[in-house]
Design a protein around this ligand. Structure first.
Ligand SMILES: [Zn+2]
Ligand SMILES: [Zn+2]
Length: 160
């Protein structure tokens, strides 16, 4: 059995789980499918690799690429991934270049008419806005010089 993922991290977990479930002969693609494509050309890999950043979908096969998806709106063959411009919908679907401009990056006419619809720049990707939460805030400790001095003093005392 072979597991693979985009960058080679998620399949680590998957293969560990499979081994735990009693499967033998579990392998994983070292470095992930993107690296595999770069190293050996990705021949016979069909479609693109969907990713979670602004690239949305990346090429793997540079030898005999095949488009396996169709436009969500008009049904023509298209591998152009778009994040719907309506933030309350937010769906990621293939939308062809024409439909992208026609619906201004929305996946449907109702999403196009949504009052919160984001402006479409032709990329179909929107930078996530931070809510201001910082998990590292308050975790930084400043060295307490007085405490260090006392510790030093205590150590000196124990030596006596
Ligand atoms: Zn279309
Ligand atoms: Zn939508």
């Amino acid at each position: 059995m072979l597991t693979y993922c985009t960058g080679g991290i998620k399949c680590e977990k998957a293969s560990a789980f499979l081994l735990e479930q009693g499967f033998e002969d579990v392998y994983q693609l070292h470095g992930g499918i993107i690296q595999y494509g770069m190293d050996v050309g990705g021949e016979d890999f069909e479609g693109k690799c969907y990713v979670f950043d602004n690239r949305l979908a990346v090429d793997v096969n540079k030898v005999n690429p095949k488009v396996v998806s169709t436009c969500h709106v008009c049904g023509t063959v298209s591998d152009r991934m778009v994040n719907c411009a309506n933030p309350t919908c937010n769906i990621h679907v293939p939308i062809c270049e024409n439909c992208g401009w026609e619906l201004e990056g929305a996946c449907s006419t109702s999403c196009q008419a949504h009052p919160e619809k984001r402006p479409y720049d032709g990329t179909g990707y929107y930078v996530k806005k931070s809510n201001g939460y910082n998990p590292y805030l308050g975790l930084q400790r400043k060295p307490n010089k007085e405490k260090i001095k006392n510790l030093q003093h205590e150590q000196d005392n124990t030596c006596v």
